[in-house]
Design a protein. Sequence first.
Lengths: 316, 320
Amino acid sequence: MNWITNYVRPRINSIFSRREVPENLWSKCDSCGTMLFHRELSDNLNVCTTCDHHMAISPRDRFLGLFDGGIFTEVPVPAPIADPLQFRDQKKYPERMKAAQKKTSETEAMLVVVGDIGRTPIVAAAQDFSFMGGSMGMYVGNAIIAAAERAVKLERPLILFSAAGGARMQEGILSLMQMPRTTVAVQMLKEANLPYIVVLTHPTTGGVTASYAMLGDVHIAEPNALICFAGPRVIEQTIREQLPEGFQRAEYLLDHGMLDRVTPRTKLRQELITITRMLLNLPPEIKGDLPPPTDAAGSGTKAQKDLASSSESKQA
Amino acid sequence: MTNYLNFEKPLAEIEGKAEELRALARQNAEMDIEAEAKALDAKAAELLKTLYSDLTPWRKCQVARHQDRPHCKDYISRLFDDYTPLAGDRNFADDHAVMGGLARFSGTPVMVIGHEKGADTKSRISRNFGMARPEGYRKAIRLMDMADKFNLPVITLVDTPGAYPGKGAEERGQSEAIARSTEKCLQIGVPLISVIIGEGGSGGAVAFATANRVAMLEHSIYSVISPEGCASILWKDAEKTREAAEALRLTAQDLAKLGVNDQVIKEPLGGAHRDPNTTLEAVRAAIAEMLAELSQKNRKQLLADRRKKYLKMGMTGLAA
Ligand SMILES: [Zn+2]
């Protein structure tokens, strides 16, 4: 493995991708109303330090907190053709896309990367709710397929963070077709016996929940995340009765057997490392400073081999 | 008695007049109305042809949902022999919105699965208007597994407004059930043929229609969201269904261009409900053809083809 291209360059990339924020910015918690100093909030992964309310976090910020040293490398996603249905509503789809790209500084609603967590090489994908509600269209489908293919090629687990208001209506039936397409991606991982861990974040709804988000080996949700097929308003209109307290929230789904765990974002990284390493039959993570890279050869080898040749497992 | 759709009102008037005339003549033997009635018949026939020659997407939605359109039950009783319903998900319940069981198609044993909307108030309620709960998808998964084990082709008949948005359905894992059903469609090594006979409503339809071959009836629809839902979200106006239906490209003709369905089965003039027998026979011929073609393929090819088909779907947009 080349130290410069695989280590230094991604770090530079990730430093440049850090969005500039004024140091004196304060933001208000949507839940308890406490004014929070921006630095404090982002250091706590956008979880309110007063009430533990989990606010939205961008895929890039999530990955900065997730990967060792905040280092990750983006996996390219094949671009689908733009506006495949030539969709016409009150605003043109390409214009909506441009607005979303400007707002988020991202290409689309999903980011796929590779990197190490607790010195465990993984592929990760995260859906961006701030990009057109995280809606699933051809790009998101392509991203999940690219993530699965990369995971299979590198023999690494895939950790996917879901967040979606539902379908990309402007892609009509092609949005719906991402349900089978992403299911094929999950099958690739399954056939390669690679762990597929889904972290369901607020909100995960509709076709996303009814496809790749519910097909994981392990389902972990962030506290109080709304997770459903049909939204609470649709259900209230259909059955004309009030829904119980906490209906379709993470804790409710845990009680109903749909999730393995509900884990606060601040404890998520450690938990993902622990679970992933057990599923991969690796020794427990060794904490502390990263040893200098020693392995000069064998790029693209499987996760276990990578680790077997690193100084860490020699110690273990 | 014909149940006319809104856009068929002028037709209803003409046909009504012709019928009135004939009723009068039956009471009064001296009246000679035949020439006039025949002229009205001809006018009606001409109008029907004009109305159906170029149905707008929103009109197609109405035809696809027509209450007298042949339903899953009609197809099963007409096209299959020895239909033996198999009930239940072995876990919670039997979902009457989903029919399924063993049957013979032209002598070949198959597994047939489909959504049934019901034909009158009582059956519509017991069928939950064709909106399946998790148990319906889990029954389908069980039957697909059985078909795979005994090497029987699977034929699915899709006709649903969507999966049921209910409290219990959510609590029992509607999302997971749909996801697993779609997954099962991609895992079975037997021919999987899907015919969209009416409404292909979102995830509730995909769960059965992820198939080697998908055929759609000429006036059936298949969509990620109902035009009503789309109109209220994007136009903020539930009345804009016509615009939404157009934008969504939910017709069999547009979807064929996108590669979502492999063929369009012609309906009789005036829609499937005006001549159910012809419709049922057209579907029989289409299934026979698809089945003959897929029977040539082995398990590996069937699985690989299905997967490849969905991986490349949508890559070319409307230009496909
Ligand atoms: Zn708070």
